[in-house]
Design a binder for this molecule. Sequence first.
Ligand code: NAD
Ligand code: TYD
Length: 339
Amino acid sequence: MITALVTGGCGFIGTNLIRLILESTHDWKVINLDLLTYAGNLENTLGLEQDYPGRYIFVKGDIADPEMVNRVFQEHGLDVILNLAAESHVDRSIEDAGVFIRTNVMGVQVLLDAALKYKVQRFVQISTDEVYGSLGPQGRFNEAMPLAPNSPYSASKAAADLLIRSYIKTYGLDAVITRCSNNYGPFQFPEKLIPLIVVNAHEDKELPVYGDGKNVRDWIFVEDHCRGIITAARSGVSGEIYNMGGDAEKENIEIVSSILDYLHKPHSLIRYVKDRPGHDFRYAMDYSKIEAEQGWRPRVNFDDGLKRTIDWYLEHKSWWQRIRTGDYLEYYERMYGGR
Ligand code: NAD
Ligand code: TYD
């Protein structure tokens, strides 16, 4: 049995990853360590203890708390760490960078020290294309490109990537880093573009589009990313970085329009708002390395994935209605109230 620690397993990608691991393997056991911030929802993993007896354990805790982390490593005899715990929203990092540094940098240091101390076989860091900065209209990011993060979020993720590099070089830690483009799919918190537009459009609320709506992201269905994470954990080469992307470059406005059309809602709901400061223009990923070495490539076509995602939100209204409360509503008002 391989015992994997998945951190941030009650968030968007973590939830999808844990479900995929439990469904697609027989010999993996998952320990989910999650602080349950505003973005973590225990409901996402409800029933997994019963559905996969002996193969799933939830622990509430903070990756930046060394005592807690050491206890988890000691109790569970971990083989692999899959670190997804993070503050993940660029706009929030612009408001307050502190918690991003604490979780995304200091939390990683705590996990790395524990990984060394308890001699885990492999550390997998889930990083992002945003560490490379922004592209012009041409070209794609490859793994050899320099790090040039532009937001406090991406800077905190780049800092973690460099810290991991130093642990590999200095202490001989076995680690791989995956860098993926924008994910979409079930369980994404409705503050990110696609779920925000789906739920707002469904409720006939205005749809905030930053700037001229022409910024480009390379969208990947979350299941494809999760399959790549498992591949990197199993057969990635220590010390290597693996880019993943979805082959689906879209301008934001194209996505908003597709969602409106699918929901039969009027385009008059679109509201162009003040641009995000330091807004990266374009991301696009060259994933030829993981394709050549590991045989991974994205499988889900964007139009199909988008429909599946919209349908999921329509079928799970109570899920998003319950989480759009308290802190989130205050955030939303601060974000869009004055624009
Ligand atoms: P998310 O915000 O949906 O989930 C983050 C999870 O981490 C939540 O469950 C939260 O409770 C937990 N968490 C936060 N701080 C914690 C702490 N100190 N200790 C323990 N748990 C903590 O994020 P996501 O979109 O699922 O992203 C997961 C990872 O993937 C992140 O590292 C992110 O940088 C990376 N990533 C995301 C995308 C994307 O498009 N969403 C793309 C590439 C990489
Ligand atoms: P987001 O989902 O926040 O991901 P990221 O900033 O990490 O790429 O945003 C995706 C794109 O959509 C980005 O160009 C910003 C834009 N955007 C809007 O235009 N309106 C919104 O309400 C949000 C949340 C994002």
